[in-house]
Design a protein around this ligand. Structure first.
Ligand code: C2O
Ligand code: CU
Ligand code: CU
Length: 430
């Protein structure tokens, strides 16, 4: 994949100077089979350095794309990412370098990992939601001092709403059919409260693949970084409706409202061959709700004389957290003492949510991103499998991550005595 600047039409009359892969916004959809080894050579033709993170993939530390594990790819240089994809599901790749600008400009794409045991649907598509903040002549902007100050607090939200790089995106489907929509929230900060005008749909998967059973709902909250997969349909011929986001108040300065992202047009009927099993998967719980907490983490917002506001983890900017050891169950209690929402993202590992404000979630799921509502406490469990090295967790509101709401930590294999370092040749798979 070649990263470069290119012209991109977000609508017939609006052209932007995007940054992305293979001159496409979003970049190419990568499809693999569970267990495949992916080899992606990234050539950087941008005027600045970049690095690619494979969000949600349980890969080796050296391929995680952060500045902790690799030297950013300088302009004119290339780097080959090589890793296996052990889990089926919807993932995505995105720049992990100067993200607030590079991701805003389009440096991301979908990564789908399929499995033979996937439910059978009539059509499978990925829908990547995003928003841009553009000037009247369609240029990217950060705005003036006040806008910047607000953006540091709220994260960047714009009024140009995109699905797969297009404004007023149109989904055409056939009546009577059932489609699998893999939804990715690729926005810097915007929360998506996915809504089909009140039509019920089934949620079948989250970050780490299928749920145990489908769940019928009329809306789904998808925070930046998160994935939700839904079954849409069957609908009737001639139906036209919108894919919307309902207002979600994450306590920003900017007011939220209900907004349209795409339109669905239902064409002539076609027979369906869809088959969705009642039980799609078994997810074994890692721990019970009252498992003893092994680590407490605090996300907070503090006043700063210099910067106005600080976004902190355990009261620190770019916190350095204690290491964890391979095979040792982690039960983390993550509290958000601030008055706004933060989507917590853990790199490289899936966790299970044991409880949110004392209540166990209705369904079991593998997650890599979870929303922390204001003044909340969430308890998660995960096990560091044998992939020692440097990892991180952070708020996936890109401006908060950038402001320091993140932590580095290491996974250590106590039996090796050696901690894997940044060497890209070090490809020992567990
Ligand atoms: Cu998708 Cu470090 O994040
Ligand atoms: Cu990630
Ligand atoms: Cu945040």
């Amino acid at each position: 994949m070649a990263a470069s600047e290119f012209e991109w039409n977000i609508s017939p009359e609006k052209r932007i100077k995007a940054w992305g892969f293979n001159r496409s916004f979003p970049g190419p959809i990568l499809r693999a089979k569970k267990g495949d080894t992916l080899v992606v050579k990234v050539l950087n033709n941008l005027p600045e350095a970049t690095a690619i993170h494979w969000h949600g993939i349980r890969l080796v530390s050296s391929m995680d794309g952060t500045s902790d594990v690799q030297k950013p790819i300088a302009p004119g240089e290339e780097f080959t990412y090589k890793f296996t994809v052990p889990d089926a599901g919807t993932f995505w790749y995105h720049s992990h370098y100067n993200e607030t600008e590079q991701m805003e400009k389009g440096m991301y794409g979908g990564l789908i990992v399929e499995d033979e045991t996937d439910p059978i649907v009539d059509h499978d598509r990925i829908l990547m939601f995003d928003d841009l903040k553009l000037t009247v002549d369609h240029n990217f902007t950060k705005g003036g001092a006040l806008a910047r100050w607000m953006e540091r607090h709220d994260g960047r939200q714009g009024d140009t709403l995109l699905v797969n790089g297009k404004e007023h995106f149109r989904i055409c489907m056939n009546a009577g059919q059932l489609e699998r929509w893999r939804i990715v929230n690729a926005a810097s900060a915007r929360y998506l409260r996915f809504y089909l005008g009140g039509r019920p749909f089934k949620v079948i998967a989250s970050d780490g693949g299928l749920l145990e059973t489908p769940k019928t709902v009329t809306e789904a909250l998808i925070t930046p970084g998160e994935r939700v997969e839904v079954l849409a349909g069957p609908f009737k011929e001639g139906e036209v409706f919108f894919v919307e986001s309902l207002a979600y108040n994450r306590r920003t300065f900017a007011k939220t409202k209900r907004q349209r992202f795409a339109a669905v047009h239902v064409d002539e009927p076609k027979p369906s061959r869809a088959y969705i099993p009642e039980r799609m998967r078994n997810i074994k719980p890692l721990a019970t709700k009252d498992a003893p907490v092994t680590r407490k983490i605090k996300f907070s917002v503090g006043a700063s004389l210099k910067r106005g506001m600080d976004f902190l983890v355990n009261d620190a900017l770019h916190h350095h957290d204690k290491p964890v050891f391979v095979g040792e169950l982690q039960v983390w209690e993550i509290s958000n003492t601030s008055l706004m929402d933060h989507p917590f993202h853990l790199h490289g590992f899936f966790f299970q949510v044991l409880e949110m404000n004392g209540v166990a979630p209705e369904e079991s799921a593998w997650k890599d991103t979870i929303n922390l509502p204001p003044r909340s406490k969430v308890k998660i469990a995960w096990i560091p499998d044998n992939r020692p090295g440097k990892w991180m967790y952070h708020c996936h509101i890109l401006e908060h991550h950038d402001a320091g709401m993140m932590a580095h930590f290491e996974v250590i294999d106590p039996n090796s005595g050696i901690v894997e370092t940044a060497s890209p040749s070090c490809m020992a798979h567990s």
